[in-house]
Design a binder for this molecule. Structure first.
Ligand code: GDP
Ligand code: MG
Length: 166
């Protein structure tokens, strides 16, 4: 199985960290500053059963400048080019306006979207279910997978689910 997968989400949710974990190399630039990832960065994940090209996109957000506008288009066009998208959110932050804006963009495409609840290492396990419910009310996600990109928790499960969509 093979295909293209976009990793989307607002700045600092852990997109580059996840990509680095998946690919096992430091290809995407990581930083605490938003917008370090200026363009799509492709990482290729290959095993005996699958080849997945991951696109680490700039954060989708309301454009505030010419540069922001360019970066927004890059993320939006990435959505149309892929077999599936991973929408990463920071569970410790809660749903923000940025997330709602992205969800509005998701509604414009038919691409299956995974809700990836990242940074589960930062919250109490019992807080997870109410967060899932909140997101479910906003969009019909193909799958919902809680992970810690930093620690690698549940990333294998995410991959296994993803492969089924390719
Ligand atoms: P991006 O802007 O979405 O690409 O986010 P980055 O991958 O650059 O990560 C932003 C910050 O969040 C960095 O300081 C990461 O170390 C941190 N981070 C990413 N994933 C996790 C996680 O699962 N748990 C915790 N605690 N921190 C994380
Ligand atoms: Mg990044």
């Amino acid at each position: 199985r093979s295909g293209f997968v976009a990793i989307i989400g607002r700045p600092n949710v852990g997109k580059s960290t996840l990509m680095n974990h998946l690919i096992g190399q430091k290809i995407a630039i990581m930083s605490d500053k938003p917008q370090t990832t200026r363009n799509k960065i492709h990482g290729v994940y290959t095993t005996d059963e699958a080849q997945i090209v991951f696109l680490d996109t700039p954060g989708i957000h309301k454009p505030q400048s010419k540069l922001g506008d360019y970066m927004f288009k890059t993320a939006e066009s990435a959505l149309k080019e892929v077999e599936a998208a991973l929408f990463l959110v920071d569970v410790a932050e809660g749903i923000g306006g940025g997330d709602r804006f992205i969800i509005e963009q998701l509604k414009k495409v038919k691409t299956p979207v995974f809700l990836v609840l990242n940074k589960i290492d930062k919250i109490e396990p019992e807080k997870l279910l109410p967060i899932i419910t909140e997101y479910k009310d906003l969009y019909d996600f193909a799958e919902i997978v809680p992970i810690s990109a930093l620690q690698g928790n549940n990333v294998e499960t995410l991959l296994a689910q993803l492969i089924r969509y390719l």
